[in-house]
Design a protein around this ligand. Sequence first.
Ligand SMILES: CC(C)(COP(=O)(O)OP(=O)(O)OC[C@H]1O[C@@H](n2cnc3c(N)ncnc32)[C@H](O)[C@@H]1OP(=O)(O)O)[C@@H](O)C(=O)NCCC(=O)NCCS
Length: 283
Amino acid sequence: MSRPVQNLIYDLEQLGAKGTSDLQPEDRVLFAEFREFINLGLIRCAERDAKGQWRVNEWFKRSILAGFRLGQLMETEGYAGTNFFDKHTLPTRRALHLTNKVRLVPGGSAIRDGAFVDEGVIVMPPSYINLGAYVGKGTLVDSHVLVGSCAQVGERVHLSAGVQVGGVLEPIGSLPVIIEDDVMVGGNCGVYEGVIVRERAVLGTGVLLNGSTKVYDVVNERVLAGTSEVPLEIPPCAVVVPGSRPVKQPFGEANGLQIATPLIVKYRDNKTDASTALEEALR
Ligand SMILES: CC(C)(COP(=O)(O)OP(=O)(O)OC[C@H]1O[C@@H](n2cnc3c(N)ncnc32)[C@H](O)[C@@H]1OP(=O)(O)O)[C@@H](O)C(=O)NCCC(=O)NCCS
């Protein structure tokens, strides 16, 4: 890269602090440089420290919002005679080459420019990897998956068919959704609102997690929940499946109502490893 990361971050901090009327055409050059640094994996939205704590880079999110404000609608060519319209500052990533060692299977998937996709990632169609997202080495992004803006997905993660990983751009200081290394996310799961799924955890088919979800850990007899300051965290190796609990309020009780609540039924063992093993030949 032509200049040190710290130097770029300094300029991005200035960019993010600008009001819309202060934005200049030359800021688009800086925004393009921002996207290129993300493409190369040199900067990212959130980082994990040695103690395992995740910290959000607010300048990163502010830069993305500035990019939206800088953009005007532009027409781009689609497949055989179709066309698309989007902000000209937010193009689809073209700088993906054989040397990136990513398999992007044809058929309606897109990676927005300014998303990092590491070697060995497989993207099955149709899937979408949005601006600011990070997808680590060897991760499988199966069909109908959304990796939302700024979402941080680790290495060797399995995002099964239909998984939705929410994007979190605002509020600016909030952590994006974080899925750590070697997590298995079963089909049709949804992870939203800055939830952290720690390494090697397993989300069984159809588990939904957001900032308000309470997760009942039946192994350790505790209830896990986020607060306005601290996000919900799924512990390492937890095996989470969809569950329900009775509604205690009188009307609920009278009608036998239940409310959805994910349960940690066990922590990963050999059987879980066998149920979630990835087929090497497909890589
Ligand atoms: C979670 C999962 C990996 C199973 O893990 P496992 O360690 O083999 O789990 P076990 O079979 O030991 O089950 C432990 C307990 O949880 C229950 N359980 C397991 N998975 C469950 C699920 N998805 N929903 C409800 N209950 C579940 C089992 O019935 C068992 O209950 P019991 O102790 O009362 O008998 C599997 O259920 C799953 O969801 N896999 C994802 C499949 C998928 O979506 N693939 C996508 C392909 S595109």
